[in-house]
Design a protein. Structure first.
Length: 153
C-alpha cells in the first residue's frame, strides 16, 4: 500500500503463534538454557541467569523461540521459559524517572544503568516503569525492551 509517497511493509508474523516478529518478552525463570538450535539435542551455548530479563523474540519453531538480549547474544529457548510480562532494561546511568511524561515534571526516582524494570503504559516518547517499589515515567530512548513506535495503555 502506498500513501503520500510512503511504503508500508507488511508486519512479519510468527509461523507458530501468528504474533508479531520481532517482539519483546521476559525470562520467566531465573535460569534458562540457550541452545544452538530449536531442540533438546542441540548444544547449550550458555545459560541466561536473570529472571525478568527482557528478551527479543526473532523467530519461532514449534515450542522453541529464538531470542536475543540487549547485547545481541542469544539462541533458542523453550517457550515455557518465557513470559509475556513486559520488562525493560535501563540503559542510562542515574536515569531520572518523572512523576508524569514531561521533562520538566518532578523527579520521582533515579534508576541505575542495568536495572530491570516492569513496563507499563507508553506514549510516543515516554514509558511508565517500576522497580523496587519506585515508579515513574522515563524517556523511551533510555530503555531497551520496547520499540520506539510502540504505544501501550
Amino acid at each position: 500500500m502506498i500513501l503520500s509517497g510512503s511504503v508500508f511493509a507488511a508486519e512479519q508474523r510468527g509461523s507458530v503463534t501468528n504474533l508479531p516478529l520481532p517482539r519483546y518478552v521476559s525470562m520467566k525463570t531465573s535460569e534458562g538454557n540457550v541452545r544452538r538450535g530449536p531442540s533438546l539435542t542441540h548444544r547449550i551455548d550458555w545459560v541466561f541467569q536473570r529472571r525478568d530479563m527482557p528478551l527479543q523474540i526473532t523467530a519461532e519453531y514449534g515450542h522453541w523461540r529464538r531470542v536475543q538480549d540487549r547485547d545481541g547474544a542469544g539462541g533458542w529457548v523453550h517457550y515455557a521459559l518465557l513470559s509475556g510480562v513486559r520488562t525493560v532494561l535501563v540503559e542510562r546511568d542515574m536515569l531520572q524517572v518523572r512523576s508524569r511524561p514531561d521533562p520538566d515534571a518532578p523527579v520521582s526516582a533515579v534508576f541505575e544503568m542495568g536495572v530491570v524494570a516492569r513496563l507499563g503504559d507508553c506514549n510516543a516518547d515516554w514509558c511508565r516503569i517500576s522497580s523496587g517499589g519506585y515508579r515513574g515515567w522515563a524517556p523511551k530512548s533510555s530503555l531497551w525492551g520496547v520499540s520506539m513506535s510502540e504505544i501501550r495503555d
